[in-house]
Write a protein that binds this ligand. Structure first.
Ligand code: ASC
Length: 150
């Protein structure tokens, strides 16, 4: 009986842990999560941008490594755009994300597609990098212009 109860308790703990994994405890946690994910993305995207804009020497291996990370990281932030997490302060998410969710999701997918293309491009010259970087950077800017409070 004791064993059975122990097993039952263990299962209950495990089963209740599963949904906690898939969702955030509080809306603020979702905001924190997506901001952190964007921040790490921006660090790696910014390293590529510095090379594209001549602020850092071109390094093909560094471009490839950072672009690979950005492509992977680009899948994270959108898990944090849960209902009830719009804001009004500078840098926060506009309510229009939730009123035109399909458009927002399409813009997110476009960004993910463009950064994946950038990772696949593996540019070997700064000219090639510029050509691959521009469209990806444009997708970042488009969402900031449309969905981020100034
Ligand atoms: C970056 C960064 C962004 C984008 C954006 C491109 O390096 O942090 O948010 O590029 O500025 O327009």
């Amino acid at each position: 009986m004791k064993k059975f109860l122990l097993a039952l308790t263990g299962c209950a703990a495990l089963c209740s842990a599963v949904p906690a994994f898939a969702q955030f405890q509080k809306p603020e946690d979702a905001v924190k999560y997506r901001k952190a994910a964007f921040s790490v993305m921006a660090t790696h995207f910014g390293r590529i941008g510095a090379m594209a804009q001549g602020r850092a020497p071109f390094d093909a291996a560094a471009v490839a490594a950072n672009a690979e990370l950005v492509a992977t990281l680009s899948r994270l932030p959108f898990h944090g755009f849960v209902d009830g997490t719009a804001g009004t302060e500078k840098g926060s998410a506009k309510a229009s994300i939730w009123t035109e969710r399909a458009k927002f999701d399409a813009a997110a997918k476009k960004m993910q597609d463009e950064v994946s293309k950038l990772a696949a491009a593996k540019p070997t010259t700064v000219e090639q990098l510029k050509a691959a970087f521009g469209p990806a950077a444009q997708t970042c800017k488009a969402c900031h212009d449309n969905y981020r409070n100034d």
